[in-house]
Design a protein around this ligand. Sequence first.
Ligand code: GAR
Length: 264
Amino acid sequence: MAGNIRIVALISGAGSNLQAIIDACESGQINGSVVFVGSDNAEADGLNRAKKHGISTFVVDYQAVVAPSRAPSLEALVPKDFVLERVLASQHVISACSNRDKLVRYFCTRAIAEAALLKEMAAYPFDLLVLAGFMRVLTPYFIDRINIDPSRPRIMNIHPALLPSFPGVDGYADTYRYGCKVGGCTVHFVDYGEDTGPIIGQKAFEIEAGDTLEIVREKGLRLEWELYPACIQLFAEDRLSVVSKTYTLQDGTTFKRKVVKIFR
Ligand code: GAR
C-alpha cells in the first residue's frame, strides 16, 4: 500500500498524540493525511485541534448509549448484523465466567455505540484507524468490520506503559505506583483483548527517585509523540506484517503468538 495513506483517528481527550500525527503528516514524516477525527466525548480538546487543521470531526455519545436507563430497550437497538454469541466467543476482554447478564449488556451497548461509529466512518474511506487516547474498548463486532482482511490488521493503539505490563486505563499511574524504575509506551495492533494485540514499537524512559507522577506522564507523552508517527510511517511504507511465531519452552512444549514482523 506504499504511498499516501488516509488515516482516521478516534480520541477521547487532549489529543496531543493526534497533534503529533497531524504535524508528522504535514511535515512529510508520515506519507499520509488525517481525513477525519471521531470522539466519544463532545468536550474532547482534540476535536478543536482537528478543526484548526480543517479536518472533519464527529462525536458518538457513548455515555448516552451505555447509561443504565437504556437497558430495557437494548435488544431492539442492537445492530441487525450483531451476533451476540459470536462476539462472546471471540472477545477476551471480560472473563467468560462473569455474570452472563452483565456480559450481554456490556457487549450489546458497545455494539450499539460502535454501529453509530461505523455509520459516521462510512462517509470516509481510509487505510488506517489510529486510537489516540480513545478510552473505549473496541469489541470484535467493530474490529471485524474494520479488519476486513484478518491477516492485515489496520487498527493501531498507543498505550502508556510497556505492555504486556499495566494494560488498562492508566498505564503511567500503574507503572509509577508499582515503583518501577523504567516506564514506557507501546504501539500495537488492536485485537479482541484489552491492550493485548501484536506489538509494533515501544520506547522506554527512566523513572528517577524524585519523579512525580506528573513528571512520569510528561516523560512518557514526549516519547509517545515520537513513537506513534514512526509506527504509522512503517504502516504507510507497507513494512508491517503480522505473523504467527512458534516459541518452545524449556520443557519442550510449544506455543504460538501473533507478532509483528518489520521489513527492512
Ligand atoms: C496517552 O497517554 C495515551 O497513551 C493514553 O491516553 C493518553 C492520551 O493523551 N491512552 C490510553 O490510555 C489508551 N488506553 P492525548 O489525548 O494527549 O493523546
